[in-house]
Design a protein around this ligand. Structure first.
Ligand code: ZN
Length: 200
């Protein structure tokens, strides 16, 4: 026998399918939502649907944006000859928060992980290579993937692809804790990792 109504069970199932939310949290969230005023719930649902319908990848760097080109790529004052490769849009946000990086980015949307069956074709790597061969004056590619096994594997893979193009490839310093998500690292540590980058 189901303990809750069918609608609540359905809601719990949907919430439990989200990352980082276990069954208990899903139940707690479901009951919280049920107890909210209907207007609040409508607003939340609308925000989710609108984000899904309107957010897309930047044509150049593949970060998530509302327009064809993201504000960073569209900014003439940024150094478009330096590209920092990050795993996801949250890592990009972490570097942007330091306010010290003036180049542009490339967002991979993942990292190579043989264990999880994620290969080079499952991330935006082909797009990076197309971008590099399409642009003439790239001075440096900074690989800022996480220092996890997946991040290091990805960094090595990318550097091997880029080096034959004659473009300087650097890797952020390993002051970043192993396995740590870049977004959880403080700005000083991020800047130190960036400044201490080494050529691969
Ligand atoms: Zn962009």
């Amino acid at each position: 026998m189901d303990l809750y109504s069918g609608y609540i069970n359905k809601l719990i199932d949907e919430l439990a399918g989200l990352p980082g939310i276990g069954n208990k949290s899903a139940q707690r969230l479901a009951f919280h939502l049920i107890n909210l005023p209907e207007a609040r719930v409508q607003r939340l649902a609308k925000a989710m649907v609108e984000a899904k319908q309107n957010v897309r990848y930047c044509k150049d760097c593949f970060t998530l944006t509302d327009s064809e080109i993201c504000p960073i790529c569209a900014n003439d004052r940024r150094d478009h000859t330096t590209i920092m490769v990050v795993e996801n849009a949250r890592d990009l946000a972490a570097y942007e928060k330091t306010g010290k990086y003036t180049g542009v980015y490339h967002v991979l949307h993942g990292a190579i992980s043989p264990m999880l069956g994620i290969g080079p074709h499952d991330i935006k790597l082909k797009e990076l290579m197309e971008r590099l061969s399409g642009e003439q004056n790239i001075g440096e590619v900074i690989i800022a993937t996480n220092s996890s096994l997946e991040g290091e594997t990805t960094a090595m893979y990318i550097s091997k692809l880029i080096k034959p193009l004659g473009i300087k490839v650097t890797r952020i310093a390993s002051g970043v804790p192993v396995g740590g998500d870049l977004e959880n690292i403080d700005e000083v540590t991020l800047l130190r990792a960036l400044e201490g980058r080494v050529e691969l």
